[in-house]
Design a protein around this ligand. Structure first.
Ligand code: ADP
Length: 597
């Protein structure tokens, strides 16, 4: 009897305990506390592009596994979060750890998802000492390769692949926890005259000559003519290389006509971002056996007695000093300096803190500084481009707003157009800053949205902008205007004029170069935007073989450069779609030449 009573009480207590535990666990998926206290609990956090859902396994008071079950983050940027940061959280048994640099928002979403699971588990986790998130395996203090490539954006990857194909043993150093640079977060569009999509769309009057002229003119003729000629003559081959060798997929039947271009000639990678480029380049590079070292920051170029560059001194994530000897050559592919406000101000005081930047944090001008120590010549350093249509709260480039290339118009707070929407980026940016409040609205309708499908392509950005109150979809022009307090009558009058110009094909106000599109039917989209620092046109002077040139005009032997770190292509102003064409054309040249020494 007594035994029976005890059993019943115990059973009751166990039931109550189980109910309480389940209530505390919320979405707890399974509880197996009987066998060693293991439980798996689901948690949710807000990432950059939506919810991150994780399943956390706890054994007693320790985290023993974390699985991501759902997310929409950029795969390349999320990779170190779901691997490196996971190890750190497990080793320190805590979410009080540093975010992965360059993937901060994804890190925070991931950590808050784990925190959510911890809270639901009802556990108090055992305390363990702090662990660094940049710890990596011990590196050999001295390593020897034929070619050392610094920077893991498009220029660096294409240089590494070509150098490897030319028979060189190659290492690629990237200071951030992930590769990709600005290339990864760009729209990834690439100009190529006479490309296969143009042929399909019946655009038969483009040529390398026209492309050359547009690029020179777009940069006020401050690009170096021979170098721009190489770009114009080789851009198509670079695009074909990406398509055929790297297996990059481009949209088969859509092109952009970026501002300043006289033809629609920009190929668009699937997904409308550089993720398609970097994912495929990384896969190819790894398949070829090129060593990729992330969290590896190059600090100085090493030279021999004759002044030839023979290696790179770098620092690993663990703080170890590593020397990478380069038997044949070093390629600088470190990108621009848009994220380095001091350096921006040094060359152009106007580009100060008031501007946010669209750039990744890694673009701090390191390659320029390293080469300057060897008397490298710089050019066009004062020309810093702002991208006109960016998020007014974060400075991030708006890819949803690529609808501008399909016919969206720009209006000011008063509801008036104020610039040709396909003008150069610098012209549009200046015009926006001159409007009331220094901002503009981009305005378009469903007809335009259906052409390029930029909303579907960037649904995560669209949702975020709507949530931030920076973009609104409206059934009528009145509703769109009222959302941002724009003058309704003026906006209606503006739209009427646009419709008239669309029907005649003649924009009497701003001479829209590809012709306006009718805004007669809704629904409508209205989006607030500001300019943000986007590209640094200036940089190192290179020659046709991508050698870095000294102030005295001679070559720095053993040193090559390609991509945004160089300053010879874009003059005062880079045209849209020209960065991608530039980095792959000259990245390949630099890699092949560095290997042939
Ligand atoms: P590009 O378009 O010219 O290829 P990106 O911005 O795409 O330029 O890539 C440049 C890359 O170089 C970035 O990933 C950046 O983090 C990396 N980088 C910059 N400085 C260094 C450095 N000192 N050591 C290693 N990598 C660097």
């Amino acid at each position: 009897m007594k035994q029976n009573f005890t059993t019943k009480v115990l059973a009751m207590l166990l039931t109550i305990g189980l109910v309480l535990a389940m209530a505390a666990c919320g979405q707890q998926e399974s509880s197996d506390e009987g066998s060693g206290g293991t439980q798996v609990v689901e948690g949710v956090g807000q990432g950059k592009h939506g919810d991150i859902k994780v399943k956390v396994t706890f054994a007693d008071d320790k985290i023993t596994d974390i699985q991501v079950v759902e997310h929409q983050e950029n795969e390349v940027l999320a990779e170190p979060v779901y691997t490196q940061l996971k190890e750190v959280v497990m080793a320190s048994n805590s979410v009080e750890v540093d975010a992965i640099s360059g993937s901060t928002v994804t890190s925070k979403g991931y950590l808050s998802a784990i925190q959510d699971a911890i809270a639901k588990s009802g556990l108090t986790l055992a305390a363990v000492g702090a662990v660094s998130n940049t710890s990596q395996h011990q590196e050999e203090a001295e390593q020897t390769f034929d070619v050392v490539v610094i920077g893991g954006g498009g220029a660096g990857f294409s240089a590494a692949i070509e150098a490897n194909l030319a028979g060189a043993k190659v290492v690629l150093l990237e200071k951030m926890p992930t590769v990709g640079g600005n290339t990864l977060i760009s729209g990834g569009e690439m100009n190529a005259p006479n490309n296969w999509v143009q042929q399909k769309l019946g655009i038969t009057d483009d040529s390398a000559d026209l492309y050359y002229e547009d690029t020179m003119k777009g940069g006020d003729n401050l690009g170096t003519p021979e170098m721009v000629r190489i770009l114009a003559d080789n851009a198509l081959a670079s695009a074909e290389w990406l398509r055929d060798e790297i297996k990059v997929e481009f949209l088969p039947d859509h092109l952009f006509q970026f501002g300043g271009h006289s033809r629609k000639r920009a190929l668009i990678p699937v997904g409308h971002t550089g993720a398609e480029l970097i994912t495929k380049l990384k896969a190819k590079t790894e398949a070829q056996g090129v060593a990729i070292k992330t969290n590896m920051k190059a600090n100085t170029l090493i030279t021999n007695d004759q002044g030839r560059v023979t290696g790179v001194a770098a620092t690993s994530g663990n703080g170890e000093q590593i020397i990478f000897h380069a038997n044949k050559g070093v390629v600088l592919a470190t990108g621009g300096f848009g994220s380095n406000v001091e350096m921006r101000k040094q060359y152009n005081p106007e580009m100060d803190e008031k501007y946010m930047s669209t750039d990744t944090p890694g673009t701090t001008g390191d390659g320029i500084v390293m080469a300057q120590a060897l008397s490298a010549k710089l050019t066009n350093m004062e020309y810093i481009q702002t991208y006109p249509v960016c998020n007014p709260e974060t400075g991030v480039i708006s890819l949803v707003a690529d609808s501008r290339f399909d016919g969206a118009i720009l209006i000011n707070q008063e509801g008036e157009r104020f610039v040709e929407e396909l003008e150069r980026r610098d012209v549009i940016s200046k015009a926006i800053l001159a409007q009331t409040g220094g901002y503009a609205y981009q305005f378009w309708n469903q007809t335009i949205a259906d052409i390029g499908k930029t909303i579907e392509a960037h649904q995560d950005e669209y949702d975020m902008l709507v949530k931030q109150g920076l973009l609104h979809k409206a059934d009528t022009i009145e509703e769109a205007a009222k959302f941002f307090n724009v003058d309704v009558d003026t906006l209606k009058a503006t739209v009427e004029k646009v419709n008239q110009y669309a029907s005649t094909g003649d924009d009497l106000d701003f001479h829209h170069r590809s012709g306006l599109v009718s805004l007669k039917t809704g629904p409508y989209y209205i989006q607030k935007a500001v300019p943000s620092v986007h590209h640094t046109m200036g940089g190192l002077v290179i020659d046709e073989q991508a050698h870095v040139i000294k102030e005295d005009g001679s070559i720095i032997s053993g040193l090559y450069a390609a991509g945004e770190v160089t300053g010879v292509i874009h003059g005062t102003n880079r045209l849209g779609g020209n960065a991608i064409a530039d980095i792959f054309t000259f990245g390949r040249i630099a890699g092949a030449n560095a290997a042939s020494n």
